[in-house]
Write a protein that binds this ligand. Sequence first.
Ligand code: UDP
Length: 339
Amino acid sequence: MSILITGGAGYIGSHMVLQLLNEQEKVVVLDNLSTGFHWSVPPCAIFVKGDVGDQELVTNIIQDHQVTAIVHFAASSVVPESLRDPMGYYYNNTAKSCALIRTALKQGIKHFVFSSTAAVYGVTDTFVVTEDTPKKPISPYGSSKLMIEKMLSDAAASHNFNYVALRYFNVAGADPEGRIGQSTPNATHLIKVACQASLGLRPYLEIFGSDYDTTDGTGIRDYIHVSDLVAAHSATLCYLRNGGRSEVLNCGYGRGSSVLEIVNSVKQAANRDFRLKYSPRRAGDPAALIANTEKIRKTLDWRPQYNDLDLITRHALHWEEHLSREACAKDNRLTARVI
Ligand code: UDP
């Protein structure tokens, strides 16, 4: 019996693989390596390069490895990119997930964990949102994920199939043991970008909007450590295996941090100053988005261990330093070869 992790070579997926291997689970990773890295998958996990929309391939994986549950991370997840290429997002996220769910149902898979997002809420009337807060996504990315939630709900209503959609808030940090982290070259997420600025890899950090109606005028988000996020997925698998019913759960800590608080935390972790550039608000950014976490805490046996902003930024910075050292070593090897 094994668990299929789609997108298991990506940022969050690769942390999930480590977590499950640690729990002695058998893991099969399916990843097309469009943004993930083969090196981030440990050799003791089975790796298949391919697409979640390839029904024949997924059928073979499920049968060959006796897959009993699917954790579905594979997706395009850059909000501004989704505004430029909406159909690409509906195709890659929604259409391919439809194919994956169809294959799962045909093959009798009963447990499915889905990476959803707080982007399904869009701009809300309140800073803290419950799962019932009206969903008004303002990006094709958010809409593409909300449509998958709907498909899962319809699938569960008519099949012996239970799912949990975890709506991620702002995922950050890296493996506390330093084995993996966010490695996408052009990532735009605040903590990663701030770490790069602190290492001199960017000339400054751009702050998008300082005139929000928040404590210091900058945007507020609920940042969750990636290791706690994947622990929530493990708890979800346990919940489903114990007969838990289908649910949608906010996945955050329920605590907001402003952009300036992040900046200060990164500066402290790096023990270095870096330039800030104040820019206008970014299109589609809400002032604040914080999870109401009552439901996830009641539903899952999940105890976050890294609910500490300074720890999150420290782990993110360690990983960024590692990437930067690797890049330098590669440059040196190339230079040595040229000489
Ligand atoms: N942000 C920023 N500068 C950046 C990246 C992000 O000021 O270079 C702000 C952004 O406007 C938001 C918060 O940081 O208020 C989190 O943005 P991020 O892109 O990390 O995640 P999002 O909440 O958009 O998914």
